[in-house]
Design a protein around this ligand. Structure first.
Ligand code: 3HC
Length: 297
């Protein structure tokens, strides 16, 4: 099975990055959004990121300016935007990267199941929802995988490839190959809460928030401790702002509903409060820190 044409549903924080790395990997990509303004915003992020990567490659002497310009042009030419679901009908793979809401995702896959050709493989970039439930909703559970990328997709080298008991072996292999084509290191995971990374990372972020809420240390010191003591590129509170407080909360809400007795999934009070105040982190300009664009204010 060879994945050449890819549909990406959702062109937001994660989706635009997936669009880009799939195009960088040589695939023809259809970026599907619900609204033209969201689509334009997502594609302009792709343009900015491609320009940045190209100029880095020139700076590092990996490419001359002409080669970098040609790379940007060729990569961008593989991407088409649309707001019509029917335009992904003949894709080999359709990856969902929409809002973290299981009912909305299931509805989408049910619809795509009726639109796409029977061979199309479906994938979800969900951080935490059971892949099996979406696979069931799509009506083609054997052709369904999880493809979980990391933020920023253009820079983070991992993709988790998740299989359910129903996933066909050839479909799973094709998904692993697709991950490699996107320049990622694929790891195979079963359909368990948070897969590998978030099962470890989210409870760690929760512990850091609890520590801050108890007043054990300042946010700056908690972050500096993990950066300079453990060599992490970002401290846990900066990372929560980076991932999005809304996303982190919705992951935890999904887990606490399913696993009410698991203490590692307890929701910190300040996380709920900040989300209720619309402070989602970097993307809204404030979370645990204040942000000015991509940098802390
Ligand atoms: N495209 C192109 N270039 C980009 C970019 C993008 N999307 N994002 C950042 N860059 C550029 C920066 O602009 C910068 O360029 P410059 O040197 O010219 O200024 C360069 O890449 C390096 O960025 P930084 O200067 O910010 O340097 P860092 O060394 O800190 O790298 C980082 C940034 C890679 C984000 C690093 O801080 C990091 O690895 N942080 C941890 C991120 C992480 O843990 N992500 C996983 C989150 S969990 C998740 O996503 C799962 C989800 O389900 C919750």
């Amino acid at each position: 099975m060879n994945i050449k044409k890819v549909g990406v549903v959702g062109c937001g924080l994660m989706g635009h990055g997936i669009v880009q790395v799939a195009a960088q990997g040589g695939c023809e990509v259809i970026a599907l959004e619900s609204d033209q303004a969201f689509l334009d915003k997502g594609l302009s992020r792709v343009d900015k990121s491609l320009a940045k990567l190209a100029s880095k490659n020139v700076e590092k002497g990996k490419m001359d300016q002409a080669a970098a310009d040609a790379w940007v042009k060729e990569t961008r030419a593989r991407i088409t935007g649309t707001i019509q679901r029917a335009d992904v009908a003949d894709c080999d793979l359709v990856i969902e990267a929409i809002v973290e809401n299981l009912d909305v995702k299931k509805e989408l896959f049910k619809d795509l199941g009726g639109i796409c050709k029977p061979e199309t493989v479906f994938a979800s970039n969900t951080s935490s929802f059971p892949i099996g439930e979406m696979a069931e909703a799509s009506g083609r559970p054997s052709r369904f995988v999880g493809l979980h990328f990391f933020n920023p997709v253009q820079l983070m080298r991992l993709v988790e490839v998740v299989r359910t008991d129903d996933t066909d072996g050839a479909v799973f292999e094709a998904a692993l190959e697709f991950g490699k084509a996107c320049g990622k290191h694929p790891v195979s995971c079963k359909d368990t809460p948070g897969f590998v990374v978030n099962r470890l990372l989210v409870p760690y972020m929760v512990q850091a928030i609890d520590m801050l809420d108890r007043g054990d240390a300042s946010k700056e010191d908690i972050d500096a401790a993990m950066q300079f003591g453990c060599g992490y590129p970002m401290g846990p509170l900066t990372l929560t702002d980076y991932v999005g407080l809304d996303t982190t909360l919705s992951i935890l809400q999904g887990w606490t509903e399913r696993y009410p007795d698991e203490p590692a999934f307890k929701i910190p009070a300040s996380l709920e409060r900040l989300v209720a105040e619309g402070k989602f982190g970097r993307k809204t300009g404030e979370g645990y820190y204040k942000w000015d664009g991509d940098k802390k204010a």
